[in-house]
Design a protein around this ligand. Structure first.
Ligand code: OOG
Ligand code: NI
Length: 465
């Protein structure tokens, strides 16, 4: 009997939809957020036909409706490496290392996402995945207690473990297995109201850092947010109150621009949800836990190492300025700092600040068909509109912004950890050891997309350089 395996892209799409449906049930405000983003995107496309045409030409409009990212936090190397195997079956691979300990958050992270062009076009679902750094808990006893609580849980169902093994043996899953796999994996991400610990243990871990309690005290790494992508985050931020949602004070990331770069994000605060502790029968009646929130993102062009260095430099400079009163003032202030970052496609390309996908233009195609030949150099061919240079969308995350999102959910009182001095040491080696493989380098991935597209047009047009 020959096996007919379904594409990992199909499994990822089914999983992403199932997660969205589950989260909508668990956190009703997420449904409001989806509605708001759909409204804003529709209005933005109506008001800007050029943008609509450009997104259409890049096949971005269809992915927009399904596009989102989520985030989870796990506690052990085994949990992280098993997740790597789970995500691989959905065509999602670890890209980039993010060190959040610098911001006082005792985790380090990667993002699982598709990496090739067709898969990204199909559904670019990403999961920002953090591993708790237990070694940053100062108190010995508490650290050991946390480790032993984590050692006792299995965040995967037996069915999930079995299907991962089958998938690895077969090199994929058939239709029936894939459907069961999605159902079993969903269990790992579900919210569990019952804590695995008593109230005092929760409180002690919470006092060390709220994230420690979040990771250690429950049966699984509940999905803590799902983020739809908007085309106009400033409009979304302004409209949130109309939908009954209170946004964080400012939008994280680069300022509003003609040509958006990287990633801009805003969020609403985590909900207080009721939990039952292990000792609740003994006359206590539960408590609350705040972990799950909502977020919106806007994505722009991916930057080269040179562009990224400029972004980091300007952002650092802007962070020394006194913080602005509200988002409008913050954006105004940020724009001042970013005036030296070119805001037109020609300069972004000429100065090698951003990545582009090259393809023969419609008029190039016509001229080719009627027997004309293109100029011999790439720049001339672009100048003469034989070739379109399209910005490549940024698919990853920004550590400073991620820290801002984490922080806005920790409450203003808790932006300092009770962790040791070594917290500023980045530890990519240890993370990759826990993960079981090195993470992909995002610049290499974008560089390859750009080079592949260049090789294609060079060949199609017979260019010399
Ligand atoms: C993840 C926060 C980071 C983002 O969009 O930058 C993140 C978390 O709170 O677990 O999702
Ligand atoms: Ni996020």
């Amino acid at each position: 009997m020959t096996l007919s395996l379904v594409s990992p892209d199909d499994i990822r799409s089914a999983f992403s939809q199932a997660m969205s449906d589950m989260y909508r049930q668990e956190v009703p405000q997420y449904g409001d957020l989806l509605e708001l983003v759909a409204d804003i995107n529709r209005k933005t496309l109506e008001a800007d036909p050029a943008l609509a045409a450009r997104l259409g030409a890049q096949d971005e409009t269809s992915r927009l409706d399904v596009e989102r990212h989520g985030a989870i936090r796990v506690g052990t190397a085994d949990e992280l490496s098993t997740l790597r195997c789970v995500f691989a079956l959905m065509g999602m691979f670890p890209v980039s290392y993010y060190d959040l300990s610098e911001a006082g958050v005792p985790v380090h992270s990667t993002a699982f996402r598709p990496i090739d062009e067709d898969s990204l076009r199909r559904n670019p679902f990403r999961i920002f995945t953090s591993l708790l750094r237990l070694e940053l808990i100062e108190d010995d006893t508490l650290r050991r207690q946390a480790a032993s609580i984590l050692a006792e849980r299995d965040i995967f169902t037996p069915g999930a473990r079995e299907l991962v093994a089958i998938g690895e043996r077969q090199g994929g899953l058939d239709r029936d297995q894939a459907a069961r796999f999605v159902g079993e994996i969903l269990e790992t991400f579900r919210w569990h109201r019952d804590a695995t610990v008593d109230h005092d243990t929760y409180q002690a871990l919470h006092d060390a850092h709220r994230l420690v309690a979040d990771v250690v005290c429950f049966r699984g790494p509940h999905i803590n947010h799902l983020t739809p992508r908007t085309l106009d985050i400033d409009a979304a931020q302004a409209a949130m109150p109309d939908y009954g949602i209170t946004p964080k004070a400012v939008i994280e990331g680069p300022p509003q621009r003609q040509w958006p770069i990287l990633l801009r994000q805003t969020s609403f605060k985590a909900l207080e949800e009721p939990v039952r502790f292990a000792d609740d029968d003994a006359g206590r009646n539960g408590g609350t836990h705040t972990a799950r929130f909502g977020e919106i993102e806007q994505r722009g062009v991916a930057l080269t190492p040179k562009g990224r260095a400029l972004y980091d430099e300007l952002l650092t400079r802007s962070r020394h300025a006194p913080s602005a009163a509200d988002n409008l003032a913050h954006q105004r202030q940020l724009r001042e700092f970013f005036t030296t970052f070119p805001d037109d496609l020609k300069s972004l390309r000429r100065d090698a600040l951003a990545y582009f996908r090259y393809q023969i233009s419609e008029s190039g195609r016509q001229r080719l068909a009627s027997g004309n030949s293109a100029p011999a150099s790439l720049d001339e061919a672009i100048e003469a509109h034989w070739i379109d240079a399209m910005p490549i969308t940024y698919e990853d995350f920004l550590p400073v912004s991620a820290a801002g999102i984490f922080q806005s959910n920790l409450g203003d009182a808790q932006n300092q950890t009770h962790t040791s001095e070594s917290s500023s040491q980045s530890n990519q080696g240890a993370f990759e050891l826990a993960l079981g493989r090195p993470v992909h380098d995002e610049f290499e991935l974008y560089g390859r997309l750009q080079e592949d597209s260049l090789a294609r047009v060079r060949q199609q047009l017979g260019l010399k350089d």
